[in-house]
Design a protein around this ligand. Structure first.
Ligand SMILES: *[C@@H]1O[C@H](CO)[C@@H](O)[C@H](O)[C@H]1NC(C)=O
Ligand SMILES: *[C@@H]1O[C@H](CO)[C@@H](O)[C@H](O)[C@H]1NC(C)=O
Ligand SMILES: *[C@@H]1O[C@H](CO)[C@@H](O)[C@H](O)[C@H]1NC(C)=O
Length: 192
């Protein structure tokens, strides 16, 4: 994957689905919306899901999400894609990776995707109960998921972005759920 460190960090920030003030205080990312959609297949095994954005202050937001897994999951693929909006629609932007999260958490190498995955889990970890090896079952939760405590310098073009996370069981044919976060990068900072 031939992308710069800054680009990578930018991706992670988008993935946080939250508001962030960049280190140079000229750009900021604000996540406006999050959607969680369970597929018909997923509906047989996942209940009581919820995804919300909570205002922590005027300019800070955080993600809260829950889902209850009725059965153990031990072979889950996650596909992560970033889109950037042109004047009309969202078009693919730089990142489209797929990782077998159970293999990853079990310590197996998952190639280039491991880089993204490690970063994501390392960050989400302390706001959730997701950092353990498979199987996953019962209640999964994410609470007050906020951007990184320290502000990270990021140089990303202004505009509207979308991050898609697709969850699959065993193969890309078996979609379980889709999580979408919408955000905007602006020049003017959202100061606290
Ligand atoms: C789902 O939510 C309903 C209504 O709140 C509750 O009665 C039920 O026990 C929940 N199911 C699980 C598996 O948590
Ligand atoms: C992204 O990757 C998935 C899985 O490899 C593939 O099916 C899809 O077509 C890709 N999307 C784009 C826009 O390249
Ligand atoms: C997950 O938790 C384990 C045990 O607490 C810890 O050693 C590991 O570093 C964590 N992994 C990540 C990616 O944070």
């Amino acid at each position: 994957m031939d992308i710069s460190k800054n680009t990578f960090r930018f991706i992670i920030l988008l993935a946080t689905c939250a508001l962030l003030v960049f280190a140079d205080y000229r750009n900021s990312l604000r996540i406006c919306k999050i959607e969680c959609v369970i597929s018909p297949l997923g509906r047989l095994r996942v209940v009581n899901e919820s995804c919300t954005i909570k205002a922590m202050s005027r300019y800070r937001t955080a993600i809260n999400a829950d889902a209850y897994l009725l059965e153990p999951f031990d072979d889950v693929l996650i596909n992560m894609q970033i889109f950037k909006k042109n004047s009309v629609t969202y078009i693919p932007y730089l990142v489209n990776i797929t990782v077998n999260i159970c293999k990853f958490l079990g310590g197996d190498s998952v190639g280039a995707a491991g880089f993204y995955t490690r970063f994501m889990i390392g960050w989400v970890n302390k706001y959730s109960n997701v950092n353990h090896s498979c199987p996953y079952s019962g209640l999964l939760w994410v609470r007050n998921l906020e951007p990184f405590a320290d502000k990270i310098p990021v140089f990303a073009p202004i505009g509207d972005y979308r991050l898609d996370l697709h969850f699959y069981q065993s193969s890309l044919k078996n979609l379980l759920a889709t999580v979408r976060g919408y955000g905007t990068i602006k020049l003017k900072p959202y100061m606290e």
